[in-house]
Design a protein around this ligand. Sequence first.
Ligand code: FES
Length: 589
Amino acid sequence: MAKINIRIEGLPYQVDEGLTILEAARQCGYEIPSLCNYNHGECNRASCRVCLVEVKGARGLVASCVYPVHEGMEVKIASPIASQARRTSVELLLSNHSMQCQQCAKNEKCELLHVARLTGARENMYLGEKTPVSIDRINPAITRDTSKCILCGRCVARCANAHGNGILGFENRGFNTIVGPAENRNFNDSPCIMCGQCVSVCPVGALMEKSEIDKVDEAFRQGKYVVVQTAPAVRAALGEEFGMKIGTPVTGKMVAALRRLGFHKVFDTNFGADLTIMEEAHELIDRLNHPDSVLPMITSCSPGWVNYAEYYYSDLIPHLSSCKSPHEMEGAILKHYYAQKVGVKPEDMFVVSIMPCTAKKFEKERPQNMVDGLKDVDAVLTTRELGKMIRRAGINFIKLNDEEFDEDIVGQYTGAGVIFGVTGGVMEAALRTAYFAITGEEYGMINFTQVRGFDGIKDASLNINGTVLNIAVAHGMKNAKVLLDDIRAGKSKYHFIEIMGCPGGCINGGGQPYVRECFLPNEDIDIVDTYKQKRANALYSEDERKRIRQSHNNPQLKALYLDFLGNPNSHKAHHLLHTSYEAKVPFND
Ligand code: FES
């Protein structure tokens, strides 16, 4: 990239051409406050005005988040005029804010508080009437409290990108403007897929996951046998909650922390992922072998995607695999198999899932997932909630020594289970097992790299004993729509499709740690471009290190089928591990 010369506070710098002043200043070691701007232009409404700077020759102050640098530009960040203007902008935002920081669940990671500290903004500078407030706490996954909203628009832009149709927007006009679903409905009455992407970009506590920490505390108080399982993507990001570099794998520390929190057993959802692969690969083979079957088959482990299918593509529901997602499968096996093995009544077992995902909170409530009157999973905590629990318990996460997951009966996992956490990973894991199931031989090229990376849609063909299998992978509903519309139009050439609700897959789930420069001072400034790859690398490297990398070679899984389930897709497997879906109307009146 070509370099240009600019001056900041009179000092000369060379910066990349095409950057905004804000980005160029970061390259030179300055932090200009910013709120509404996000992710290299994903949202750049320039509405908050907390990033104002002086530029020689410009008429008035400029919003540095959108104003591009040019050769010879002279910028003043610290001048009294610019500093005062930024402080006033923050004070105006505070004047319409609920200011309940003490009780706010976001107070540790609130960007408004951060910029208030940076600018020296004072409370109560502009007292007066406040915008009427809407609060929605009835959804099982996401809460909305407009008394905290600063109208930055980041959630609106992210929802449009991730959801495709975009259910969040600006409602009302002028002083009464709020952000929410159409007609200010609550999330339950709108086609929100609960992916939580809006939560992951909200700078304040206006959009939050519905916390279930109290539920877990209560289970301990009641003397339940509390078992925890952790999804693969959590280990790739939990360290960020404690200031560690993005992409630092923290599997061993996470296990050690969970033991110190008092969980009776600490399992890895990857066992459930291996089980999912066994069931899903055999379901695919079964469909391929029966000419009247519905193809392409589409993965069903992303609850955001399943919600989307039920709202917008209910005619394609027969294409969805009937497999439950890995943590639901793991929960079902824990309650209906493991509990008996360890002498615990299933109703006395309380299963907690640590997930990178907010939609999993909803998924566990689906009546179709109940088995013999019991939920598979009783509580879902996001990676961020686990970070809070660890801090609350006074555990020094960084100093913990690595510990191993419990491995009794249902704990061992393979590399195939680990890569579930990144877009393309389910497909790659399924192909390793499907190839073996069809040919009786291991697929030679264990890394199926055609489905790796972050292109919106990836596709490939695999020749299995002369039969060509066409596969595709999409992440984010905007991308998935392209493949789904082709199926609807009868134009799809694919046999098997993986769809993940969140862009990048679970590593970028709506429950993962906030990625924002102000909370990650030790990161390179280009984190917005590279954090997904860094988290993905943490999973791929764990896959590489595993001695067993194909789900069908998991010795405990083989034993589970021999001892309990019979064969993949058996009657018992269907009873415990498979589910169903229902068409939903996008807007309920
Ligand atoms: Fe520049 Fe909001 S960050 S106007």
